[in-house]
Ligand binder design. Structure first.
Ligand code: NAD
Length: 471
């Protein structure tokens, strides 16, 4: 596959191979771009932005809407590519595409709602004149979108769609491991906009991603990925606007009065969706001792039903991890936790890129497995006594993306909602829940800025004050 610069296929002449993590087969090759190729894409975007900004809000909205219709008609093609390049089970890849269609449609609607407000600037002290003043949200210019492997289409769209809705041109750098479906997405969007409004570059993060981050032709970097890369980007971006959607270590807190069946089903889907390779996956299960044994019995029974296998098979729940290094990292974190006293009660085996759904009891926050984000199908259980300790453990981390709390007691629910330090606290729902109507973004080291279409569109604009002296 090639990248797209200024409406045309571009090939740097150098390539790398994208391999299927399920069987190691070659899926396709993509260009290894260099800094001069990235500059070419940035120049194309800077030339195209004027044409985009001259379009009416209605035209931009209509074009995003027609891109949505094309994406919907090609959903199966893109979903299958995600299965091949990322090992995501097909039913989850189709879920990602359904969600992506909604993201694009939401952005088409939001493109018509970019309002400013009137400003009473003569409300301050010594102003003798009378002003008519208002703010106008104006586009930033060109947005660099850098995305990870786990939701290659949806997370790219969370940047592309609001950026274009706010009339910014875009250069997309998709994940190195899983770039193919995102490249198809860029082609689809390009079919509905003038050349250069959207461009793609592939290659290595340290070269291609960094070239976007340091370029003076880029006005904003919207990044989703690990904390380590996010921190590095923030040290290189200079005065650019930055949105950083980073790692998570989300707790599922189950209090003594929870509905255990509902909490268990939330734990199974939250901890094992896409083999745990989800930023808002359930990464710590905090159980009140009073209900811990009952919860664990049912949890082990339900998790044992998950089917591991070929991700192209519709009955598969658990596919491979993105590569063998990733599965080795998970294996190491689990084995170290066991050495430090955790008890393995389900799974714990690795074969190539596959790692079994795994449950560990007796985990504590000093273990690396939960002190850092473990990106794999592992459910570590931390037992606590009562709500005070549950909240303390939930907050005992540098992460703060989302949190889920199960309780039937409204006072406990509100207390957790108030005291857990995370971007979202969901009561009787697992942290893995996200819709496009929600503001989304972490506290603490989990990020900076908000996504969610309405909030992301706002973040893709700058505010200008216009004041008119009426006297
Ligand atoms: P990663 O940080 O390794 O890579 C993300 C992107 O950054 C890739 O495109 C990569 O090529 C690029 N990159 C790498 N080095 C760079 C550099 N020096 N300059 C610019 N770009 C560079 O992340 P990953 O392994 O692909 O994804 C997993 C991580 O993403 C996990 O930590 C997960 O929690 C996080 N994530 C967060 C969210 C969220 O919304 N908060 C969503 C999904 C994933």
């Amino acid at each position: 596959m090639k990248v797209l610069i200024d409406g045309e296929d571009f090939d740097s002449g150098d390539h790398y191979e994208v391999k299927n993590p399920y069987d190691g087969e070659l899926v396709d090759t993509v260009p290894i771009c260099f800094r001069q190729d990235v500059d070419r894409a940035i120049d194309a975007a800077n030339r195209a932005k004027k044409e985009l900004q001259d379009m009416s809000a209605k035209e931009v909205s209509n074009n995003l809407y027609s891109a949505y219709e094309e994406l919907e008609s090609r959903s199966e093609e893109l979903a299958k590519l995600i299965v091949l390049e990322a090992g995501k089970p097909i039913k989850q890849a189709i879920g990602e595409l359904n969600r992506s269609c909604e993201t694009l449609k939401f952005a088409a609607e939001e493109a018509k709602r970019i309002y400013g407000e009137s400003v009473p600037i003569d409300a301050t002290g010594s102003v003798d004149e009378r002003f008519l003043a208002f703010t106008k949200k104006v586009p930033l210019g060109v947005v660099g979108a850098i995305t990870p492997f786990n939701y290659p289409v949806n997370l790219a769209l969370h940047k592309i769609a609001p950026a274009i809705a706010a009339k910014n041109a875009v250069v997309v750098k998709p994940s190195t491991e899983a770039p193919l479906a995102a490249l198809k997405l860029v082609e689809i969007i390009d079919n509905h906009f003038p050349n250069g409004v959207i461009n793609s570059v592939t290659g290595y993060g340290s070269e291609v991603g960094d070239a976007l981050v340091v370029s003076e032709g880029i006005d904003k970097i919207s990044f989703t990925g690990s904390i380590a890369t996010g921190l590095f980007i923030s040290s290189r971006a200079g005065m650019k606007k930055l949105t950083l959607e980073l790692g998570g270590n989300d707790p599922l807190v189950v209090l003594e009065d929870a509905d255990i069946e509902k909490a268990v089903s939330a734990a199974v889907s939250g901890a094992f969706l896409f083999s745990g390779q989800v930023c808002i996956g359930v990464k710590r299960i905090i159980l009140d001792n009073k209900i811990a044994d009952e919860f664990i019995d049912l949890f082990v029974k339900e998790a044992s039903k998950l089917k591991m296998g070929n991700p192209m098979d519709e009955s598969t729940d658990i596919g491979p991890l993105i590569n063998e290094n990733a599965s080795i990292n998970v294996e190491t974190a689990v084995n170290n936790a066991i050495k430090d006293g955790a008890e393995l009660i389900l799974g714990g085996n690795r074969k190539d890129c596959f790692y079994e759904p795994t449950i560990l009891d007796g985990v504590n926050m000093s273990m690396d497995l939960v002190a850092n984000e473990t990106f794999g199908p592992v459910a570590p259980i931390i037992r606590v006594d009562r709500i005070d300790e549950a909240i303390k453990v939930a907050n005992d981390t540098r992460y703060g993306l989302q949190a889920g709390v199960f309780t039937e007691n409204v006072h406990s629910a509100l207390r957790c909602a108030n005291e857990i330090d995370a971007g979202s606290v969901l009561i009787n729902k697992e942290s893995t829940f996200r819709t496009d109507a929600m503001p989304f973004g972490g506290f603490k080291s989990s990020g900076m800025g908000k996504e969610g279409i309405k909030y992301a569109v706002e973040d893709m604009c700058k505010f200008k004050l216009i004041a008119f002296n009426c006297r």
